[in-house]
Ligand binder design. Sequence first.
Ligand code: AMP
Length: 147
Amino acid sequence: MLVNQILSLKGPGGSGIVTIQSTATVEEAAKLLAEKRIGAVVVSDDGKKPVGILSERDIVRELSKQGAAVLSGPISGLMTRNVSTCSTGEDTLAVLERMTEGRFRHLPVVDEAGNMLGIVSIGDAVSARLKELNDEKEALTGMIMGS
Ligand code: AMP
């Protein structure tokens, strides 16, 4: 399955991306993650090109180092700037490999110009892979049973 199919499996809101400006505070980002029930937010000043990504892990790590004072500071100090992205034509296994190697669970999808089209989480990729395996199983069973 390709990334564009994974995005459509997410439903009509599949291409919706939650973004936040790099000037936002850590407290604002934490509230957004909780409100949207997501684990990471893409940092983008124009809502199109990612300039960073901030995960709940980044917040927890800095909270344990600096304490609650971190909440009033800007997210620009915590976010990962070198964002790995994928394209719509990549397949599920490539996405899962990238996440495993990079040890992250979120991959923004971008077009040739670097503009965001959506985001694939590890949950989306695993669910797409399970669907693929199930479809393959049904096809093989069909062939064996001669249906
Ligand atoms: P995650 O597992 O996605 O919650 O993120 C774990 C760590 O990887 C955090 O430090 C994130 O800022 C970072 N991270 C998450 N997604 C990406 C990505 N697509 N590219 C680079 N770093 C990322």
